[in-house]
Design a binder for this molecule. Structure first.
Ligand code: GAR
Length: 219
């Protein structure tokens, strides 16, 4: 592996399909980064198995052992620092993070959310989208700030919402896009191509884009 690859630490709580997509993109040579540790707050997170299968240090830290969120995040920062982490990637990490982690990694924490933010932040984003009756939803990769899913947006991808969608079918359509855009966001970061300006994230050099639009239902 190249010495100047970006060191990533991935925080997880669940199955880790996004972690897998990131591992696969790195192994395919599409993202110049290495995952130096995967940390879970859940002992049975399948993401830990995925990490072990790829010989990535897989660490379980039980949040129930700590009295406050800050105390837990202090241990996280210790572990991340110990492993030389430069970018923290939240991949299905279902805990609120505190200033302790934010201050250690300012604009160096990314999250993926299964909705087109700022619509439907927080829990059960796909359910919120279905209940609201939107025709288009999707996913968002953003830098993490002190709010809930409020940080500067790096990349978004849209999918149609179908009349007969359930939370499961919509989630799986959105996840296919998650697995594409999360590695892309990390790739752009690793290449030093993201610049945060206020609420916006500028991608340099600018990526030429064909004129496209997307509507649902189609004409
Ligand atoms: C993903 O769909 C991600 O968007 C969502 O959790 C799932 C984790 O799946 N994250 C959130 O809802 C964060 N608010 P994975 O463990 O298979 O990557």
């Amino acid at each position: 592996m190249r010495g100047n690859d970006l060191n990533i630490g991935v925080l997880v709580s669940g199955s880790g399909t996004n972690l897998q997509a990131i591992i696969d993109s790195i192994e395919a040579g599409c993202v110049k980064a290495r995952i130096v540790c995967v940390i879970s707050n859940k002992a049975d997170a399948y993401a830990l198995e995925r990490a072990k299968q790829h010989k990535i240090p897989a660490i379980f830290i039980d949040h129930r052992d700590y009295n406050t969120r800050e105390a837990y995040d202090r241990v996280l920062v210790e572990k991340l620092t110990e492993h030389g982490v430069e970018l923290v990637v939240l991949a299905g990490y279902m805990r609120i993070i505190t200033d302790t982690l934010l201050d250690a990694y300012p604009m160096r924490i990314m999250n993926i959310h299964p909705a087109l933010l700022p619509a439907f932040p927080g829990l059960h984003a796909q359910r919120q989208a279905l209940q609201h009756g939107v025709k288009i939803s999707g996913c968002t990769v953003h830098f993490v700030d002190a709010g809930t899913d409020t940080g500067p947006i790096i990349v978004q991808a849209a999918v149609p919402v179908m009349d007969d969608d359930t939370e499961e079918t919509l989630s799986s359509r959105i996840q296919k896009e998650e697995h594409r855009v999360y590695p892309l966001a990390i790739h752009l970061y690793a290449e030093g191509r993201l610049r945060v300006e206020g609420r916006g994230v500028i991608v340099t050099p600018h990526i030429a884009h064909p004129e496209v639009s997307f509507q649902n239902p189609p004409a």
